[in-house]
Design a protein around this ligand. Structure first.
Ligand code: URA
Length: 250
């Protein structure tokens, strides 16, 4: 074998080896020597020690991909100046929870505490939301929680149509990454905005609707329930329906 054909053979075998690694689910190859059984490293390492795959299982890669995609959208939201709320917000409130969640909870917009912390539903309404989740056996980390608007409207005024229009692509991007089995719209504003209807929450709640091909179940907003505890039983009925749907469709 001359030098060229030897080189070709090395390239062919290396390619074959790398293709096998990719097929086995490895995504990275650490080039350079690592200590092997011989204990030698650096230029004197055994040839078999030179290429060390880092084990990244395909499933994990997929999960990392989801997280990376979420981070990319989060960065866009952080730098967003599409509407006037960019001037008044303290922090953007992107969302929290698992990108692999089966159910996505969508509220209206961050309040004062959420604006301060950069996290959704962390004020009094958020504490009640945590209890509502517990009622159907879910923890916050089992679900994903976000809002129609990612920035707080000053004084908690209602979101304006132009603000909703600017923010909707971020919500749709989150939806596309999470691909939940079910969405729960929290309160009148979220339900009316997502469903593009003016029907009241009393008529919308407790029924399944469609949002971009995904089932959506509106219920009362936890902030409303803090002031109208008499409606908590109806919210419990809605949540039980949500739970039953998740159980049936799993
Ligand atoms: N109300 C909402 O709609 N969202 C929050 O994040 C907090 C309160």
């Amino acid at each position: 074998m001359n030098d060229i054909s030897e080189l070709r053979e090395i390239v062919r075998l290396t390619r074959q080896y790398l293709e096998r690694l990719v097929g086995d689910g490895f995504s990275h190859v650490l080039l350079g020597a690592t200590p092997g059984e011989s204990g030698k490293s650096g230029p004197h390492a055994e040839p078999s020690e030179v290429i060390q795959p880092i084990t990244v299982k395909p499933q994990l890669r997929k999960e990392n991909g989801m997280e990376r995609a979420m981070e990319e959208i989060r960065n866009r939201v952080d730098g967003c100046r599409k509407c006037g709320l960019a001037k008044t917000r303290k922090k953007t409130v992107f969302g929290s929870g698992s990108p692999r969640a089966s159910v996505l909870f969508i509220g209206e917009a961050p309040g004062a505490e959420e604006d301060r912390q950069g996290l959704p539903f962390v004020g009094r309404a958020g504490q009640l939301l945590t209890k509502m989740l517990a009622f159907i056996g879910l923890k916050r980390e089992d679900v994903y929680i976000t809002n129609v608007l990612k920035c707080r409207p000053p004084g908690n005024r209602d979101p304006q149509p132009d603000e909703v229009a600017c923010c909707e692509p971020y919500l749709l991007a989150q939806l596309d990454i999470i691909k939940p089995r079910l969405i729960c719209a929290l309160g009148r504003h979220a339900a009316q905005t997502l469903l593009k209807t003016e029907e009241g929450i009393n008529r919308l709640r407790g029924r399944f609707h469609d949002y971009h091909g995904i089932k959506i179940l509106p219920t009362y907003h936890p902030a409303y329930l803090l002031y109208s505890p008499g409606d908590k039983d109806k919210a419990k009925d809605d949540l039980s329906k949500l739970r039953a749907y998740l159980d049936e469709s799993s």
